[in-house]
Each structure stands twice: as structure tokens, then as C-alpha cells.
Design a protein around this ligand. Structure first.
Ligand SMILES: *Cc1c(COP(=O)(O)O)cnc(C)c1O
Length: 471
């Protein structure tokens, strides 16, 4: 082994040295309150030191000087990560980013009463596929179908695993081996893995692009229709906007064209909302009901975006088309679990029975600036005595997220935190690596916590974590 490696290995501390140093460190106090924890810490120290030795062996370290300086902070970070990794892999996270539909944090939250309905259904037998009246086998979809028809005004409805599956199923059922016409302005990629051209291909359909990036006219669709055409597809440009000189063809116009040529028109609405966003000052976008009313054969949207329910792909439309989707073998492969159905039924009932303010997505989106300001001010006030940080109340912007209303910036209030010692990068990871992961935004030399997306109990955990910085 070369001398450089030897030298690096030699300065690694012994297990007992690390432990005694950690015993003086407030950050590690919560992990050192009893013997069981001490043995867990010892085990973690062994693991991390082993990892350090491996890094040296693999030549993954910097120059000796840089390695020496970074060694202790590195060991600490690794240990905290090791210790905060609880028994479960899925853990609670505090979302201080202000992104309401945060894809990395599970998108939409369920309303509390919906969550308890799901928990109840999870631990008990149910009539998932049982017709209680006749005692015969029933369909799992009946639990949400009538609700979906009632809320959207559609003739029929069904639910699959997610909206990507919904589009795949529609294409596979109606366009396999045939042409699908889509505007070049609507060939979207969402979240890096859902790409319209690829989903069409996976469904066995051939994409026929019409128009240009910024302008597509009805005559473009008309000219592209041929003997192989099976579907005219519209896709919501969820996560981007083309501004300036633009033109797109509405669903209603396409339906008119489809009728004269005997072709179904389908739309991937992406997020899809039962509400007109203008009530919150957002730009006008057609609601699910308006889209259905335009006469499209099928309309699909996500369950866990603006709807505020579980991950699901909802398809509504004409009875004859839904019937054919249900008969496709793929439907069995894309079917939803009972927990999804419970969450969806619960959420749809809130829309039907007037409990929308209990749906977290809508509650968070409609918080008033006054409410946000006083919540942020309370957090700032509670953190003021903390000598390790300097805090300020500031105005900022939240985001809807989830590819919905990408151009909307929601005015909000944040608590900004500057560390007295160390860098803002270190502070961000200190928050993220605590007993409960706290996600915050970094802006210049400060960490920002947006109160819009905080839930009850989150504030106390943030205060406690930052308290550990004081010594
Ligand atoms: C989000 C989105 C999808 C994918 O929906 P998932 O439910 O995440 O599968 C598909 N199309 C559009 C336009 C979207 O915005």
C-alpha cells in the first residue's frame, strides 16, 4: 500500500476517541441518553470509520491537507445520517420549501379525515369487490365511479395507477398500430420520465406531429388526418408556457372536427382541477367539468396533483369508450389498490359534500397573506433568542408545484435564517439530517422556511432542531 494511503489511515481516530468527542457535542445529546443508544452510536461509529477506510483505499479523498480538515465534519455528518436513519425507510419530512405539491415529498397530502378512513380500510376487510346487497362479486371501481360522474358531468369513469398509465391505456386501447395526431406545442415531458412521444410508443401508437412549437391551427390537424388516424390527442402543457405569438386549438374545436371525420378526441389534462383557479387569482384554465362538457371522448388527469387525493390516473368520458378501456387486459395490470380507492373516495366525497377547505392542497393554496405573515412572525419570534442564528421575517414566493400553474408565484412570508458560524450549506444539511428531516430553501447566505407548507407540530420540531446548534 502506498505511503499516502497509510498516512490517511493513520489519522483516522479510534472508536473510543470519536465517542468521547461526541459526548461533548450537543448535536449528539439526543442520541446519547441511555445505554441502548450508546451501543447504537458505537456501532454507527464503527460503520462510518469503515466507510472512511474504504474511501481512502479507493482513492476517493482529496489532497492530504483538505482530507485532514474535512475529516471530522465528514465523520459527524455521516454519523448523523446513520443515526437518524430510523427503522423505516419512508419517514416524515417537514416541508419548509413552500412548494405545495412537492413531487419528492409525496405530492398531495390527504385530508386528515380521509387519512383515517384509509387507515381504517387498511386494517379491516371491506366490500372492495363485493356487492353487499346480492352477496355476489362486485367491481372495485363502483366505489368512485358514480362520484366521479357526479363531479365531472361525465357519463362514465374509471381509475388506474397514475395519469401516465391512463394515457398509456387510452393509446393502447384505441391507437395500437395506428396514428395519433398531437400538436408540436403539446409534446410535453413531465417530471423527467413521462414523455408524450414515448408513452405513445409504449402504447403501440404512432405519433403524427402537427403545427409548430408556438402555433397550431385546426387546419393542421385536418390536413394530417389519414386512413391510419385513430385519435386526436390534446395534452395539457402542465409545466411550461409558450408566451408571445401563440395559437392552439381548443378541445371543443377538435371535437367538432372529430365528429365530421368520425374520430375520437382525447385529452390528457395533467393536473386537472374541479375549481377555476381565478378564485385564487390564478390564470384561467379550463376545469375538468368544462373539458368534459366540450364533448371529448375521454379525459384523463392525476389523483395526487390539484385534486388533492392519492396517486391515481382518473379517466372520465363517454360510456362506450370507458367500456372498451375496461375490457383491455392492460387494465388489470394498471389497476389500483384498495387504499388508493379509499383515499380517492374520501377525497371525492369532500368535494361533493362541501369539505374542500379540509383538502390540504386547497387549504395551503388559499391561505391569506395575513395568516402566513403571523405564522412566519411567530416562528421568527420563537427563534430570536437562539444565539447560533440570526433570523428575519421576509416576504417571498411559494409555488404550486406538481406541474400545475408553473407561472404562478404565490406571495408568502418566510422565516430567513443565517448561521452565525459555518456556511448556509452546512445549515441546510444540519436541518435535513436531524431526527426529523427539515427541508428548507437556500437563498444567498440564508436558509428560508416558508410557513405555507408547514403542518401542526412542524414549528416545534424546527425550533428544537435549531436549538441544538447552540452551545
Ligand atoms: C403530471 C402529468 C402526467 C403524469 O401524471 P402522473 O399521475 O404523475 O402519472 C401526465 N401528463 C401531464 C400533462 C401531466 O401534467
Amino acid at each position: 500500500m502506498d505511503q499516502e494511503k497509510q498516512r490517511r489511515l493513520r489519522i483516522l481516530p479510534a472508536v473510543h476517541e470519536v465517542i468521547s468527542r461526541l459526548e461533548q457535542d450537543d448535536e449528539f445529546k439526543p442520541f446519547l441518553t441511555n445505554d441502548r443508544q450508546l451501543s447504537r452510536l458505537t456501532q454507527a461509529v464503527r460503520q462510518v470509520l469503515q466507510k472512511a477506510r474504504e474511501n481512502v483505499q479507493l482513492n476517493l479523498t482529496d489532497s492530504f491537507a483538505a482530507y485532514e480538515v474535512a475529516l471530522w465534519p465528514w465523520l459527524k455528518t455521516q454519523l448523523l445520517q446513520e443515526l437518524t436513519h430510523r427503522e423505516t425507510s419512508l419517514r416524515r419530512v417537514i416541508n419548509g420549501t413552500g412548494v405545495v405539491l412537492h413531487t419528492n415529498c409525496g405530492r398531495a397530502l390527504l385530508a386528515p379525515e380521509v387519512a383515517s378512513f384509509v387507515a381504517e380500510q387498511a386494517g379491516r376487510y371491506s366490500n372492495l369487490e363485493l356487492n353487499i346487497v346480492t352477496g355476489e362479486r362486485g367491481s372495485r371501481y363502483v366505489h368512485v365511479e358514480a362520484l366521479l360522474c357526479h363531479l365531472t358531468g361525465a357519463e362514465a369513469a374509471m381509475v388506474v395507477n397514475n395519469n401516465a398509465a391512463a394515457v398509456l391505456l387510452m393509446m393502447n386501447t384505441f391507437a395500437q398500430g395506428k396514428d395519433v395526431i398531437v400538436s408540436r406545442g403539446e409534446l410535453v415531458e413531465v417530471g423527467g420520465s413521462f414523455r408524450i412521444p414515448e408513452v405513445l410508443k409504449a402504447g403501440g401508437a404512432k405519433l403524427v406531429e402537427v403545427g409548430t412549437t408556438n402555433k397550431t391551427w385546426l387546419r393542421d390537424y385536418e390536413a394530417a388526418i389519414g386512413p391510419e388516424t385513430s385519435v386526436l390527442l390534446k395534452v395539457h402543457t402542465s409545466n411550461y408556457r409558450v408566451e408571445g405569438f401563440t395559437h392552439s386549438v381548443s378541445g371543443a374545436e377538435l371535437v367538432e372536427l372529430g365528429e365530421t371525420r368520425g374520430l375520437p378526441v382525447m385529452e390528457d389534462l395533467g393536473s386537472g382541477s374541479f375549481f377555476d383557479g381565478t378564485i385564487l387569482g390564478f390564470p384561467l384554465e379550463p376545469t375538468i367539468q368544462q373539458t368534459v362538457k366540450a364533448g371529448l371522448s375521454l379525459v384523463s388527469f392525476s389523483g395526487d396533483k390539484l385534486l388533492g387525493g392519492p396517486q391515481a390516473g382518473i379517466i372520465v368520458g363517454k360510456q362506450e369508450y370507458i367500456k372498451r378501456l375496461k375490457a383491455n387486459q392492460l387494465t388489470r395490470a394498471l389497476r389500483v389498490d384498495k387504499l388508493t380507492l379509499a383515499a380517492l373516495e374520501g377525497t371525492l366525497r369532500l368535494y361533493k359534500d362541501g369539505g374542500v377547505e379540509d383538502i390540504p392542497v386547497w387549504r395551503m393554496l388559499s391561505l391569506s397573506l395575513d395568516t402566513l405573515k403571523s405564522a412566519a412572525a411567530e416562528l421568527v419570534e420563537a427563534l430570536q433568542p437562539n444565539s447560533a442564528i440570526s433570523v428575519e421575517l421576509k416576504e417571498d414566493l411559494s409555488q404550486v408545484g406538481g406541474g400545475a400553474w408553473p407561472t404562478v408565484d404565490l406571495p408568502t412570508w418566510v422565516c430567513t435564517i443565517r448561521p452565525i458560524q459555518g456556511s448556509v450549506i452546512e445549515l441546510e444539511s444540519f436541518l435535513r439530517l436531524g431526527p426529523v428531516a427539515i427541508l428548507a430553501r437556500i437563498h444567498k447566505d440564508r436558509v428560508l422556511i416558508d410557513v405555507r407548507t408547514l403542518l401542526s407540530g412542524d414549528r416545534e420540531d424546527i425550533i428544537q432542531r435549531l436549538g441544538q446548534l447552540e452551545s
